[in-house]
Design a protein around this ligand. Structure first.
Ligand SMILES: [Zn+2]
Length: 310
């Protein structure tokens, strides 16, 4: 059994022995999904009440400091078992799934959620867990534990962006730097920088360059706001970087009719928007999605400028 199969086996076992996981994976099967068709691509909306824990998570420094870290081993439920990855990470079942197979992968140490210096880990995890898409939410872009370095992984074939990248209807190659091919998405609502390469060192170098450009745009942030998806297939990595302007859109902070509790992170960027409240699932329309992406992402024209400056 390879590592990816072991992780899938762990999910099956944990569903059999952990009530919370059993209940939430079972609920996921009956969950409501609706789809918006945009011609060349689609966006799914998933009504997932259990995700309120993450969508409405308080991630300000004071709240974080006041709670026991749920990713540290000493605070995790004893029933939650894990698989060790390279003596650095522990692969756990996510008990609040969005994907039919969903993992949380904390570092074994309680260190800050920062991608600089850890981008190589997401590449390694993509290889080790090649049945999965690996993702990273920045400390201000959806990570519910901004104080503990972690990734997540969801089974392949679930996020619309995977097929959208393969069929090339919405993205085009705009540059090549060393062995890295860079693609741009001109008409996809979200500004994305996509990289593909078989060369790990070149990818890390290219990512670091992008990081530096983004840092110039947000000099006051600890790290430039971003989400990342990483996939390994046919011997190469595919990386999607979503530079962000905002954590949560204005609708999140509204009250009454105008409120939409939607806190976008990597999964939403990949084309599956999570609404933990049924009223939002029912009322959300195409125009809301366009408006939300417009607020939280950098627009595609500006992304192209960033790519051209590399
Ligand atoms: Zn911790």
């Amino acid at each position: 059994m390879d590592f990816s199969e072991k992780a899938r086996e762990l999910i099956r076992e944990q569903i059999g022995e952990w009530d919370l996981a059993a209940k939430n994976y079972d609920s996921l099967k009956k969950i409501k999904v609706k789809t918006f068709d945009y011609g060349n691509y689609r966006i799914d909306i998933q009504f997932n009440p259990e995700r309120i824990v993450s969508s409405a998570a308080k991630v300000d420094a004071k709240s974080i400091e006041a709670r026991p870290c749920f990713l540290c081993e000493k605070n995790r439920p004893t029933v939650q078992r894990g698989l060790c990855f390279k003596n650095e990470y522990i692969v756990l079942v996510n008990p609040f799934p969005i994907f039919p197979e969903h993992l949380t992968i904390p570092n074994i140490s309680h260190v800050d959620q920062l991608i600089l210096g850890n981008f190589g880990s997401i590449l390694d995890l993509a290889v080790g867990l090649d049945d999965f898409v690996i993702f990273y939410n920045g400390p201000k872009c959806g990570a519910s534990a901004p104080d503990h370095l972690h990734f997540q992984a969801g089974i392949k074939g679930f996020l619309p962006i995977e097929a959208d990248f393969s069929n090339k209807k919405c993205c085009q190659v705009v540059r090549r730097i060393g062995n890295v091919t860079i693609s741009h998405w001109p008409d996809y609502q979200r500004g994305i920088i996509s990289l593909n390469s078989k060369n790990k060192d070149n990818l890390i170098e290219c990512f670091n360059q992008i990081y530096s450009r983004l840092q110039l745009l947000q000099p006051n942030e600890t790290e430039p706001m971003l989400n990342i998806l990483a996939i390994f297939e046919h011997g190469e990595w595919i990386i999607h970087i979503f530079p962000r302007l905002l954590h949560r859109p204005a609708q999140y902070f509204e009250t009454g009719e105008k409120q939409l509790v939607l806190s976008p992170a990597s999964v939403d960027m990949g084309g599956v928007l999570i609404t933990p409240r049924e009223e939002d699932f029912i009322k959300i329309m195409k125009d809301d999605i366009k408006d939300i992406f417009n607020q939280v992402c950098i627009e595609s024209h500006d992304i192209l400028t960033i790519i051209n400056q590399l």
